[in-house]
Write a protein that binds this ligand. Sequence first.
Ligand SMILES: N[C@@H](CCC(=O)N[C@@H](CS)C(=O)NCC(=O)O)C(=O)O
Length: 412
Amino acid sequence: MALVMHSYKGNKNSDKAFIAAEFTGAKIEMPSGFEMGVTNKTPEFIKMNPLGKIPVLETPEGPIFESNAIARYVSRLNGDNSLNGSSLIEYAHVEQWIDFSSFEIYGNIYKWLVPRMGFMPYSVPSEEAAISALKRGLDALNTHLTSNTYLVGHSVTLADIITVCNLNLGFSTVMTKSFTSAFPHVERYFWTLINQPNFKKVVGDVKQTESVPPIKKAGQPAKPKEQPKKKEAPAAEAPKPVEEEEAPKPKAKNPLDLLPPSPMVLDEWKRLYSNTKSNFREVAIKGFWDMYDPEGYSLWFCDYKYNDENMVSFVTLNKVGGFLQRMDLARKYAFGKMLICGSEGPFKVKGLWLFRGTEIPKFVMDEVYDMELYEWTKVDISDEAQKERVSQMIEDAEPFEGEALLDAKCFK
Ligand SMILES: N[C@@H](CCC(=O)N[C@@H](CS)C(=O)NCC(=O)O)C(=O)O
């Protein structure tokens, strides 16, 4: 009996065994007609894996579940390879990195991604904890890879195969370039191995995600791609519940594009802001108030609600940096300044935002979770004191409200 994999093509957990098979020469079949959520819930499948999860490998000696165990089995089918190292200590190191990448890398990518897909309850603290644990893991991996091409020894081992498959889940879903660029050796390692022929044959062309997926409300999980009709469906087309993006929908027009035209052109303001190098008050600030159109735009102050937590400068800066990154979807419709005030913790985070329209855009409130971490107050431009505060925030006036600025970040 041949080896039979129950899974769908592209599942990053079953890729581990398929890549190992490229190294050992093992032949693994994958029957067509596998339907996620149907085939893996049948009584025959439950006999092979009581959890009804994939992948499962059927072998002449019986079924195996858990993708790492499956990959280990495949890696040992042919003794003539060094996938498990060439000594006892190398074998232990292979196992060490397999556990490391499963718990510290995959586990935290999973905790970041799955709540966003609506399959687990989402909360800001849990996501922040997952991201910070993932960064800690990637940092350790990056340090190891500074002076090592492979995780163990001088050639690919099962540790590399499993780690690259785990990283592939991250690179293709939540780990954008701006996130991974802090780990250059991990990037080099990932892109080098994923493009090696034995990997590429299984995973195909891999593209790094350009954005972190928006949060789906719990109970409304991301729909998997349309189920192909049973008879026509090769297993390769089966839906991928967690890892795959939704089918593209026709792009709805942003309601802000339908507002009456405004004499204020946001890009013109952004250019004026960026190009004014001297006499900022006289040129940029004056220019701003000359062009400001209160019918087509609105100004908002925001104050971080939990300043007491901002004890560590770089954590506070990262928090604000993350907020600005997540605002990327509003670049066409917004300009913002975020001031981090104080010379020691707790730092106060205060912001000023210019939005198209007379209210904060709904899509920003819905999609940028940071919005609810701030108190929002509409600027009353008939109040000269509030206007002056706007001007000072735009020009990074220091001291601001009696305090030094740790940093001032601009969203433009
Ligand atoms: N630790 C398991 C994870 C298996 C797993 O979570 N499989 C998912 C697909 S990637 C699944 O079958 N989910 C269906 C379910 O939870 O019912 C492994 O590495 O094999």
